[in-house]
Design a protein around this ligand. Structure first.
Ligand code: HEM
Length: 348
């Protein structure tokens, strides 16, 4: 299974073509210069890798999928009709990948962010711009934080919440989640508004594949943050968030989907946490640590909302979700009644 020719083409040609198309006027679709660039973009379809065998590891399949999906997203961005016969090999490849591995037939966030190997400082990008590099950098760092937070929660669950090491691990969870505020804040300070709003975000928008609309890409499309909210017990009582979560499942890598579906069956931490606080002699320390972790999670959600609002000012995100939904996630993470009770124990 070699995707080397496609990756080489993506690194050498693709970013240059997209950057030129971003600069070429869209008003006249017959403009010769634009037509020539679209021809060059579609020539990428001749570099498609063979579909990986069924027994290839998921991450390897996702890495190959990434290259094809980048080309597909660029075609959508530049107005290539979904049924343009020159794009057919790309669409057929993605549909077959969907059939074999249940991967949404469009760009998937997780491989773009955490499986996108860099060469000389550049992961595979659409535009090869500093803004895209900053965007990928921040989103990748953010996903790694969620993965670490999720790993810590699993480790604590395996030990049980009454284990003497748990308070320290929850304090560590708070420190891990607090890193998100810095990540969001730095991106907000450094990302050029127009470069993102006018150019970059369009590559993450929804696409039509075989007549069906697939919604756009966002960094929420991975299992770690969703599983975290479920494992902490924050999401179970929120029909709006659960509906969002179910709606995003088709866009997750299959192993992430399994992770989230498993968590959907659980009740989450809250009852066990309150019992542990009442049971152990260091209950107040445990409550204080838990409140610190929940507060860090809320602060990170605020920081993300501030970031999103300043870059998606139509009220809708790339996946069509109303920004009001992000406010709802702040309330969901902040207002759980058990957190108020733990706060009383912690500071009472
Ligand atoms: C310019 C930068 C960003 C913008 C404009 C943005 C915008 C959005 C929007 C609008 C949503 C709602 C779903 C949608 O409509 O797509 C969303 C969801 C999400 N984003 Fe971002 N985002 C940005 C950067 C980041 C970064 C750096 C992270 C780091 C982890 C991140 C993590 C998430 C997560 C986890 C969700 C799912 C909702 C949640 O769990 O709160 N985003 N984002």
């Amino acid at each position: 299974m070699s995707d080397a020719p496609l990756v080489r083409w993506l690194r050498r040609e693709f970013t240059a073509i997209n950057s030129a198309l971003e600069a070429a006027p869209v008003a006249d679709p017959d403009l010769a210069e634009r037509r020539a660039l679209i021809d060059r973009l579609l020539a990428g379809a001749s570099q498609l890798p063979p579909l990986p065998d069924r027994d290839v590891a998921e991450d390897d399949v996702l890495r190959v999928h990434l290259g094809v999906a980048l080309l597909h997203a660029a075609c959508a961005r530049h107005g290539v009709a979904p049924d343009d016969p020159r794009q057919r090999p790309v669409v057929s490849w993605l549909l077959e990948a969907q059939r074999r591995w249940q991967l949404a037939p469009r760009l998937i966030a997780a491989p773009y962010l955490v499986l996108n190997d860099a060469e000389d400082g550049w992961p595979l990008t659409f535009l090869g711009s500093e803004d895209e590099r900053r965007f990928i950098d921040a989103n990748t760092a953010g996903l790694v934080v969620y993965e670490q937070a999720w790993t810590l929660v699993q480790r604590m669950r395996a030990l049980s919440l009454t284990h003497p090491a748990t308070s320290g691990m929850i304090e560590e969870l708070a420190r891990v989640l607090a890193r998100l505020c810095g990540i969001h804040g730095r991106l907000q300070a450094s990302l050029d508004h127009d470069a993102y709003y006018l150019h970059l975000r369009h590559y993450y928008e929804g696409v039509i594949v075989n007549g069906r609309a697939w919604s756009g890409v966002n960094a929420g499309d991975q299992g770690w943050s969703m599983a975290l909210d479920l494992a902490l017990g924050l999401a179970q009582g929120h029909p709006g968030y659960l509906a969002y979560l179910h709606g995003r499942l088709p866009y997750l890598p299959p192993s992430h989907r399994v992770l989230v579906e498993r968590e959907l069956h659980g009740r989450g931490w809250m009852p066990a946490l309150e019992r542990a606080v009442a049971a152990v002699p260091w209950g107040r320390t445990l409550a204080r640590a838990a409140v610190g972790a929940f507060d860090a999670h809320v602060a990170a959600t605020w920081a993300h909302l501030d970031l999103a609002v300043s870059f998606v000012d139509t009220g809708l995100g790339t996946s069509g979700t109303e920004l009001r939904f992000l406010e709802e996630t702040v309330r969901m993470r902040r207002d759980h009644p058990a957190i108020a009770r733990l706060r009383v124990v912690a500071h009472g």
